[in-house]
Design a binder for this molecule. Structure first.
Ligand SMILES: [Zn+2]
Length: 460
């Protein structure tokens, strides 16, 4: 069965690519209300596609926000069940003028497919759609029972996913969750991710005078909320790059020498990060290597500051309000809700009485670690080795995937993260792209994985 599927995949690469390109043309940006119709168009397109390749029960599931897409094939009697997760929403595209090709007109240049969502996450999960299609169109069956759950709100922090999983445990029940939404080390070195960081996403709002004022008439007497805000923001790190929120590091556990060794065995070095980012020099907590700072240490970043006048020319305004978006990446044992409270208390304490301040928490997600010894995780090692010709690295990842913690906690099954992206795919940035050889080898890795998983995974 596996051989037939592999042959089908190899002879139908163009069809898989064309399907992906169709999906990439739909600008399903979850953060922007104007794109709501596109979100629905993408969800409906997926339902149609999943039905066409032979999956059953394909449907749109509404939530309080953007809908989920579900489909399954449950005819592998006695075999374990695999749940495949992906997300069909994408990040906004600005700054648009930095794109070399239009973000929703997928363009192939050499080995790369350029489009918003090409890597994150349409290209990566579509490898699974193509792998399932290869089995169903060639052998007429899958070696596993398989369910797809595709989310439309991952890029806005998955506000409805936890509740959905809690309330739909029977629908989602599986012996493992498989996610392709993480990077490989390089085009020939796959990575099986063994942990993800948590996240707290906040916004600080400061209000000064009732309305905008003229700085010539009121400057020096009425405190400018932008001045107050940047002072607070600047105080969130110390000179060395450590986060100053009281209690921030209290629950962070120090790494064992073995853990440090494993983390530092990967390809990330100061030189590689400098070369990849073009930053003039690196920055961060002393006492930790760059690989550690990027994966197992917590961080704080300002993502945007709003207020005042940023048009051309000069306008001498004291704005009435100013705001900033700030997030923190968290590591195991840090409770995102506790950190959110500590952060809000600290910002309020730092703020002067000359402004009023409000701190809103937009999203909070737990970190998670994966048991490397689990057969479902080990199966990914074998599948990657067969498809990419090299044993994958087993590594922690700096990003956040809220479903990993929730799924493990609620459904008690292992989470397997077998990513197909590359570190320089420009996800969340202009000129996002996907390395097409990874797409095709990813399809084969998925075909191998379903079959290996069916023989090794214990049924729960
Ligand atoms: Zn993303």
């Amino acid at each position: 069965m596996r051989q037939q599927a592999l042959e089908y995949a190899r002879t139908h690469q163009d069809e898989a690519l064309n399907g992906l390109i169709e999906l990439l043309r739909i600008p399903s940006i979850s953060a922007l209300p104007a794109h709501q119709p596109d979100i629905h168009r993408a969800a409906q397109w997926l339902v149609d596609r999943l039905t066409a390749i032979g999956l059953e029960n394909a449907r749109i599931i509404p939530t309080d926000g953007h809908p989920l897409v579900y489909a399954d094939w449950l005819h592998a009697a006695g075999a374990p069940t695999l749940l495949v997760y992906g997300h069909y929403d994408v990040q906004p595209v600005d700054p648009l003028d930095e794109w070399h090709t239009p973000p929703f007109e997928p363009t192939i240049q050499g080995d790369k497919l350029y489009a918003r969502g090409a890597d994150d996450n349409k290209g990566q999960f579509f490898a699974h759609v193509a792998a399932v299609e290869a089995y169903l169109k060639s052998a007429g069956q899958l070696p596993v029972n398989l369910k797809f759950i595709l989310e439309g709100e991952e890029e806005v922090g998955s506000p409805n996913l936890d509740k959905f999983i809690q309330h739909n445990q029977d629908l989602l029940r599986a012996d493992a969750l498989l996610i392709s939404d993480t990077p490989m080390a390089d085009p020939d070195t796959p990575v099986v991710v063994t942990g993800v960081r948590g996240l707290v996403y906040t916004e600080i709002f400061m209000q000064g005078p009732r309305r905008d004022l003229h700085s010539g008439a009121y400057g020096g007497a009425v405190h400018n909320p932008l001045n107050a805000l940047v002072k607070v923001l600047a105080a969130l790190h110390d000179e060395q790059g450590r986060v100053t929120v009281p209690g921030f590091y209290d629950d962070v556990q120090e790494l064992t020498p073995a853990e440090r060794e494993a983390i530092n065995a990967g390809p990330l070095t100061e030189e590689s990060v400098l070369a990849e980012t073009g930053a003039p020099a690196l920055w961060g907590e002393p006492g930790y290597t760059v690989a550690e700072r990027l994966s197992v240490r917590p961080t704080l970043d300002i993502h945007g500051i709003k207020g005042g006048f940023i048009g051309e020319g000069g306008k001498t305004v004291i704005p009435a309000k100013a705001s900033a978006k700030v997030s923190m990446r968290l590591v195991p044992h840090q409770d995102p809700h506790k950190i959110a409270r500590q952060f809000a208390d600290y910002v309020r304490r730092l703020s002067p009485p000359t402004v009023t301040v409000e701190v809103v928490t937009h999203a909070a997600a737990d970190s998670a670690v994966v048991d490397i010894a689990d057969p479902a995780v080990q199966a990914a090692g074998t599948a990657c080795e067969l498809a990419f010709g090299r044993r994958p690295l087993f590594q922690r990842e700096g990003g956040t995937l809220p479903i990993v913690a929730t799924f493990g906690k609620v459904l008690g099954a292992p989470v397997v993260m077998m990513g197909l992206g590359l570190p320089d795919d420009n996800i969340h940035a202009p000129n996002e792209r996907f390395h097409l050889p990874n797409f095709y080898r990813g399809i084969e890795a998925a075909i191998h994985y379903y079959d290996i998983f069916s023989t090794v995974a214990p049924r729960r």
